[in-house]
Design a protein around this ligand. Structure first.
Ligand code: DAH
Length: 335
């Protein structure tokens, strides 16, 4: 039997309404009363067996047909893209990949954390207690009355890492973050990269060096002027914001030149209170942390002026940037 169709025909021929076996069953009425019962019983057992045989064979044949179909529909994902349907890496992914590549070259490992966090990791452990004004500033999406929320920054990954890994720690945590805010310069979902280093004798000099490496390599400007301006974050002490030189003349933004400063990230030395909250001995260890906005980095590097373009899903916009889909950035080839 080659296919389901011929099997069905065979089934009709024997046990269909006018089938040979069905006729045999009908002819029972011609028998004597005492023969009828025993013949009927035997024929019914036989009919059941024939039914089972058909079903078994049908299952066998349909499995073969399904496998043939799957084989036919197989997609080879290693084939190159068709020129007329060319996609590309999204500028946000490209920016994250570039940052991972740069930090990876300095020995930073990538860590991830859950997007649904709770108040402890997102706020309390980061030295942002309930009555702290920073909590209100974060425009948090609360999920339920049990204090679950969408993480407002990637800093809670710091806490998870310090609670789980013994120093030395050298990680970055890229990922999406969420705040209840939506206008030309804010999106309810955006992306950050957090950095954390914890070891003995870590100082602000180490922090400054790695940030200079990151910014000069990312923007591909070797002598990029930058300044560390004193600031405040509850989880770092002292804290700073990093500005880079730029010119905004005639509405055109140029990085690395001119008279203006542009804020690009926050950073500082890990607050001993945060160490305590994570069970890290603050007498022995010190560390630094930093946090940056991926959209902002991408906008500055690729001259994107409206944040909303990132989320429009316009294929022409994506094609304009033409970041090739295959391969990961490499410092040797250039980002
Ligand atoms: N979590 C901060 C924010 O979302 C960014 C940040 C600033 C992270 C300073 C840090 C830091 O680790 O040291 O605004």
């Amino acid at each position: 039997m080659k296919d389901i169709e011929s099997l069905e025909q065979l089934k009709v021929k024997y046990i269909g309404k006018k089938g040979l076996f069905t006729n045999l069953l009908k002819s029972l009425s011609n028998l004597d009363q005492k023969d009828k019962a025993s013949a009927g019983k035997t024929l019914n057992i036989l009919k059941k067996e024939i039914d089972e045989c058909f079903n078994e064979k049908k299952k066998f044949l349909s499995d073969i047909e399904l496998n043939k179909k799957l084989e036919h529909e197989k997609i080879d994902i290693s084939l190159p893209t068709r020129p007329e349907k060319k996609g590309g890496i999204h500028p946000i992914s490209k920016t994250m990949d570039d940052i991972i590549c740069i930090m990876g070259s300095h020995g930073f490992k990538v860590e991830e954390g859950p997007h649904i966090e709770n108040e402890f990791y997102n706020f309390t452990a980061l030295n942002i207690p309930e009555e702290h004004p920073a909590r209100q500033e974060h425009d948090t999406f609360y999920i339920n009355k049990y204090k679950n929320l969408l993480r407002t920054h990637t800093s809670p990954v710091q806490i998870r890492v310090m609670k789980n890994i013994k120093p030395p720690i050298k990680i970055i945590a890229p990922g999406s973050t969420y705040r209840c805010d939506d206008d030309a310069t804010h999106s309810p979902m955006f992306h950050q990269v957090e950095g954390l280093v914890v070891d003995k004798n870590i100082t602000m000099a180490n922090l400054k060096w790695i940030i200079k490496e990151l910014l000069t390599t990312f923007f591909n400007i070797e002598d990029l002027p930058m300044r560390f301006r004193p600031s405040y974050f509850p989880f770092t002490e002292p804290s700073a914001e990093v500005d880079i030189r730029c010119s905004m003349e005639n509405g055109k933004l140029e990085i690395g030149k001119g008279k203006d400063w542009l804020e690009v990230m926050g950073c500082g030395m890990v607050n001993p209170k945060v160490f305590k909250n994570c069970g890290v001995n603050e007498e022995v260890y010190s560390g630094f942390a930093f946090g940056l906005g991926v959209e902002r980095f991408a906008m500055l590097k690729y001259g994107i002026s409206d944040l909303r373009m990132f989320y429009e899903n316009d294929i022409r916009w994506l094609q304009h940037y033409n970041f090739i889909p295959n391969g990961f950035p490499s410092l040797l080839r250039g980002l």
